[in-house]
Design a protein around this ligand. Structure first.
Ligand SMILES: C[S@@+](CC[C@H](N)C(=O)[O-])C[C@H]1O[C@@H](n2cnc3c(N)ncnc32)[C@H](O)[C@@H]1O
Ligand SMILES: [Zn+2]
Length: 396
């Protein structure tokens, strides 16, 4: 690998089964969520995101010869890892608008021995995706991994994906999605965010809902197969199917979440009937969304990916996938023990104890990867509060 011909200092990194060049990182970069001030984007903290992309592609495609596109590739490590570590890629298209990134990608493709199957571009991602949005030019897997919002690239990414293909999407603009900056969320995602202690899950649901609505516009339906929240980003993998009928049906999974400011009750409603009164106290609630209310992850798929992570000894991915695969998928909301404790003026039992007790009572319940203080259940709020109070007094 010739590091000298690049116009900036680089280092050799190793991740998964790949060695690659990326910019040398400034001292103390670890304190931020992502290194800044480097000529080509590279964030070692996103290794898990790349591990998950490798695993999801491996689990999803049961055949060889898939076409993969990474339109915002940085140094190219994600796409290169997918090709090398899955062994099923017959065509890899990597692109970045940054000319330094382009040079780095070319070098890294050469080092990985992928020159024969790879095309590297230095153009706007939307132009690249739009040029691949018909017939045999489409891809089986497209990975949209921007620094910030994926919104500007989504429609073209969806159009460049085959029916039955897989789309991976990252968002790192958590301030708008979690509600710190509501107008930005409205501008980018056409959705009102829910500023609350549960906003990690609603952020993810706003993103997935936006992917579903964008896909529906161009006659595609989505089925999320794996979705998670981690550190500074959220990520979803969705199956895309060309079908106007299924696209219309997917709106059954899009709706609104509302919070009653009088009694704290949280409820959700369908896309076409957003403005229900609070079921408990009949006040008018505040309404947020639209967002995805259906499953964020397919349990079967998560278990398959978990098995592959175990075999590949990807420990961090394995731990996260284990939590995700055990998570209740039928409830688009979680409780936080500290929030219930505040309302009931009581100390908080452990979330795991509440889950066990609710299950004993015949309800579905689980912990959630979104929040260590959180738990999910389909039990009514009165039952949750009763269990909470009983455990709080017995654990005291
Ligand atoms: C978060 S980085 C990609 C990281 C990479 N996917 C990884 O896993 O390491 C986003 C990249 O998008 C590139 N980019 C931003 N806007 C773009 C555009 N309109 N077209 C193509 N590339 C763009 C940036 O130069 C940057 O390298
Ligand atoms: Zn109420």
């Amino acid at each position: 690998m010739d590091e000298k011909t690049l116009e900036f200092p680089t280092m050799i990194y190793e991740e998964g089964k790949v060695r690659f060049l990326a910019p040398a990182l400034p001292e103390g970069w670890e304190k931020a969520v992502s290194p800044s001030g480097i000529p080509v984007f590279f964030n070692p903290y996103s290794k898990l995101s790349r591990d998950m992309a490798v695993l999801a592609v491996k689990a999803y495609f049961e055949r060889k010869g898939i076409k993969v596109c990474e339109p915002l590739a940085g140094c190219g490590v994600r796409g290169i890892r997918i090709a090398v570590e899955t062994g099923i890629v017959s065509k890899l298209v990597l692109n970045d608008i940054n000319k330094f990134a382009y040079s780095l990608i070319r070098k890294n493709v050469e080092t990985a021995g992928l020159v024969n199957i790879t095309e590297v571009y230095n153009i706007d991602a939307n132009a690249l995706l739009a040029a691949h949005s018909s017939g045999g030019l489409r891809f089986d897997y497209v990975d949209v991994d921007p620094a910030g919002s994926p919104a500007p690239f989504l429609e073209n990414a969806i159009r460049s994906c085959q029916s039955g293909g897989l789309l991976g999407v990252t968002a790192t603009d958590l301030a708008p999605l979690c509600g710190t900056n509501p107008l930005s969320c409205i501008r980018k995602y056409d959705a009102v965010p829910y500023t609350s202690p549960y906003s990690k899950e609603t952020a993810v649901r706003i993103l997935v809902g936006f992917v579903a609505r964008t896909a529906a516009r161009v006659g595609m339906a989505i089925s999320p197969v794996l979705t998670f929240y981690r550190r500074h980003y959220i990520r979803t993998f969705v199956k895309l199917t060309y079908s106007k009928t299924l696209a219309k049906e997917s709106f059954k999974n899009v709706g609104w979440i509302s919070e009653c400011r009088s009694c704290g009750n949280v409820q959700w409603s369908s896309y076409t009937e957003p403005f229900k009164l609070c079921e408990l106290c009949k006040s008018t609630p505040q309404v947020f969304g639209p967002l995805w209310l259906g499953e964020l992850t397919s349990k079967d798929f998560a278990l398959k990916v978990l098995g592959i992570a175990y075999e590949a000894d990807m420990k961090e991915a394995y731990t996260l996938l284990k939590k995700i695969s055990e998570e209740l998928q039928t409830v688009p909301f979680y409780y936080r023990v500290d929030e219930i404790g505040k309302r009931l003026r009581s100390r908080a039992p452990k979330p795991a104890s509440i889950v066990d007790r609710l299950r004993l009572l015949g309800f579905n319940a689980s912990l959630t990867h979104f929040d260590g203080q959180g738990f999910k259940t389909d039990a009514p709020r009165e039952a949750v509060e009763q269990v909470f109070s009983e455990l709080a007094s017995s654990e005291a």
